[in-house]
Design a protein around this ligand. Structure first.
Ligand code: NDP
Length: 452
């Protein structure tokens, strides 16, 4: 069976991709298990060198991968190029991690215990469609560095760069089947990976609803899981902030990638005493957002991923919320949706409480810091958020009280591959990225040596 892959900016079919069934997915797991012996037998130094070569092969192919990601996902080309640079840097960072999995020596009665970090085995990385290549790499690289083999399962909507990534692994000289890709649907391919007893760990990035299924399935054979799920992040603007800077940054804090970003700051909490002044600054900033052909250098926002997703996003505006401003969208083919600002004074509008995963932000007033923290935490999610103020004490006090894993102060971007990333509450379990990510793909073994 094959599936058509669509360019969301043109609605053209740009590829057809094979959809694997359960039996072929099981074959991939068997091949991965066999490849474990080869990968484990390679020294950490040689593994690091192979992973560096893999990173450099991606670097040499960066422009092609950026173009492919833009055609398949609708990211602006500027964003795809920027993301590719970060992907290569992240790959080089974790190539080095292969040699830094250092155990401990612990003096004990009668001898000494030493610890080793052993690979978990076969790791499945199940990724969504919004940042397919970046999310695949975040799971894959630390897993490989720790001596595991990896099976990548991209979304059926966006498999193209993941397919190319695996070709590059082979070109770089990684042994056969150390990195594989299985294309197909979640219920067929994804579920087979979850159910297979030879898969030791699953890294799942996607919706909270499917995350629950992943955890339930993984429980059957006690697979290790890392879950990176949805968000409804608050962008908090205090009255003393640089209001112009906060208002100019707020649109792309949520409209970037057409709002299809788990960290999108989709609730804009503004201190009541300055809310009118803030909205006056926000409106022209939103009107200046250019939506259109993602390959043009001056485009800020591309299309949504699919017609189905556009229907889902549109449904949030069906009960006529109070729209403050909308940006323009192009006519003609493409899954366009206008970047939209809504106001909800009680903060209870569906746009203020549910993850939309589209370019919609809800402005909500707050009275003081307690009120801001209460509203920010009044959600089952806990992924990201921003705090804008000139008072660093206020910023840090507020940051400590927000129930979220990734916060930024006077900025709307908190994600850096050198620092841990992950969610509180129903935004996930475990952490990716940062200096310790490779350890998340190991079992710690303790060996006692008698000195008696
Ligand atoms: P989904 O949860 O629908 O799908 C994610 C992946 O899981 C896809 O590859 C999908 O396959 C697969 N899948 C679906 N059903 C199953 C199943 N039963 N067993 C195994 N795998 C399955 O998410 P979307 O792709 O729609 O992505 C949007 C969501 O991802 C948003 O909620 C967003 O917040 C979240 N996200 C979280 C991030 C984070 O780091 N916290 C980052 C990016 C996105 P297929 O679609 O091919 O059927």
């Amino acid at each position: 069976m094959h599936a058509e892959v669509i360019n969301p900016a043109t609605e053209d079919i740009i590829a057809t991709v094979e959809m694997l069934d359960e039996a072929r997915t099981e074959h991939a797991v068997r091949r991965a298990s066999a490849a474990m012996n080869t990968w484990r037998s390679i020294s950490a130094a040689d593994r690091a060198r192979l992973l560096q070569r893999f990173a450099l092969a991606v670097e040499a192919d960066m422009e092609n991968l950026a173009q492919l990601e833009t055609r398949n996902c609708g990211h602006t080309l500027n964003n795809s190029r920027f993301t590719l640079r970060k992907i290569v840097d992240c790959m080089l960072f974790y190539a080095g991690a292969a040699e830094r999995l250092i155990g401990k020596q612990i003096p004990v009665d009668g001898g000494i215990n030493i610890t080793f970090h052993e690979p978990v085995g076969v790791v499945a990385v199940i990724a969504p469609w919004n940042f397919p290549l970046m999310i695949a790499v975040w799971g894959m690289m630390p897993a490989l560095a720790a001596g595991n083999v990896v099976i990548l399962k991209p979304s059926e909507l966006t498999p193209l760069t993941t397919l190319r990534l695996v070709e590059l692994a082979t070109e770089a000289g990684l042994p056969d089947n150390v990195v594989q890709v299985v294309t197909g649907t979640g219920p067929a391919v994804g579920q087979t990976l979850l159910d297979h007893s030879d898969v030791g760990k699953v890294v799942f990035t996607g919706s909270t609803a499917v995350g629950r299924t992943v955890m339930t399935s993984a429980a059957r054979n006690l697979k290790r899981v890392t879950l990176e799920l949805g968000g409804k992040s608050a962008n908090i603007v205090f009255a003393d902030a640089d209001l112009k800077a906060a208002a100019e940054a707020a649109p792309m804090g949520v409209f970037d990638n057409a709002g299809q970003d788990c960290c999108a700051r989709s609730r804009l909490l503004v201190q009541r005493s300055v809310i009118d002044e803030f909205i006056e600054l926000l409106v022209p900033a939103v009107r200046s957002v250019v939506v259109g052909d993602p390959t043009h250098a001056d485009t800020h926002v591309g299309p949504l991923i699919s017609a189905t997703h556009r229907e889902r996003v549109s449904a949030f505006l069906a009960d006529k919320p109070q729209i403050v401003v909308q940006a323009d969208i192009p006519e003609g083919p493409g899954y366009w949706f206008p970047p939209t600002v809504i106001r909800s004074d009680d903060g209870r509008a569906p746009t203020a409480t549910q993850e939309i995963f589209g370019p919609v932000v809800t402005v909500i007033p707050f009275d003081d810091d307690d009120d801001a923290v209460r509203i920010a935490n009044d959600t089952t999610y806990g992924l990201a958020g921003s705090i804008w103020t000139r008072d660093i004490g206020q910023a840090l006090r507020t940051a400590r009280r927000i129930e979220a894993g990734n916060l930024s102060i006077n900025s709307n971007s908190a994600v850096r591959y050198q620092a841990p990333f992950g969610g509180f509450k129903q935004s996930g379990i475990g952490r990716e990225l940062g200096p310790d990510a490779a350890l998340e793909f190991t079992e710690t073994k303790s060996v006692y040596i008698s000195t008696a």
